[in-house]
Design a protein around this ligand. Structure first.
Ligand SMILES: [Zn+2]
Length: 220
């Protein structure tokens, strides 16, 4: 069975394959006990190996000596692990998500799958300078309950029980943005049709969707 770190590398590479990051952009990490293992700075996902992952103690931020430096967004990951019970964090720059939010088009559910995988609400927060403690604090304070958060003019973060789930949420998020873009492109005159609050509650109450959500938690 593949280790969690091997899973992290495998699913991280999909971010590049699906064009959700460009070049060395984006970063991912996994929690194992008191430590997190994070992508190093400056390396792109296609060239990433398990040995490149940098070990950082979650409580203190102490970096275990390594031949590579941790991602410049190390604080972003650290601050989320310090306050949330999640095992994996994916940060990417999906172009449709960025395009939609750069135009201030409301980023809301438009089809049932996004409700199931991303939960009731997807917060969108204002732009903040990347790689800063200010951004890490801003994200931590606005990302207490949701499974995905959008950083305006920058990208998105998803969390999960494992790399597969965090990746899947990023894929669904970009799929939602793509759908909104299509709807907006076909007809820019009439209002966009989003799911209502009641529609969202009805989907979340479906037994079949609870089954799918539980299945995700159990898988690697
Ligand atoms: Zn970024």
């Amino acid at each position: 069975m593949a280790s969690l770190r091997e899973d992290l590398v495998e699913y991280s590479k999909k971010l590049s394959e699906k064009n959700m990051v460009i070049g060395p952009g984006g970063n991912t990490s996994i929690r194992e006990g008191d430590f997190m293992y994070i992508k190093p700075s400056g390396l792109s996902f296609p060239e990433l190996t398990v040995d490149d992952l940098v070990e950082v103690e979650i409580a203190t931020g102490t970096v275990t000596p390594h031949h590579l430096k941790p991602s410049s967004e190390v604080l972003l990951h650290l601050y989320i692990y310090q306050v949330r019970d999640v095992n994996c964090i994916f940060h990417a720059h999906p172009p449709f998500v960025n395009g939609i939010t750069a135009r201030d088009i409301p980023f809301r559910h438009m089809f049932p799958d996004s409700v199931v995988y991303l939960g009731r609400t997807i917060p969108v927060i204002d732009y903040c300078v990347p790689c800063t403690e200010t951004l890490a604090e801003y994200v931590r304070d606005n990302f207490q309950d949701s499974l995905a958060i959008v950083l305006k003019n920058h990208g998105a973060i998803t969390v999960g029980e494992n790399p597969k789930t965090a990746y899947l949420r990023m894929e669904i998020l970009e799929g939602l943005a793509y759908t909104i873009w299509i709807a907006k492109s076909i007809n820019d005159v009439t209002p966009l049709s989003y799911l209502s609050d009641q529609d969202i509650e009805d989907v979340l109450a479906l037994d079949s969707e609870k089954y799918r959500q539980n299945l995700l938690k159990d898988k690697k």
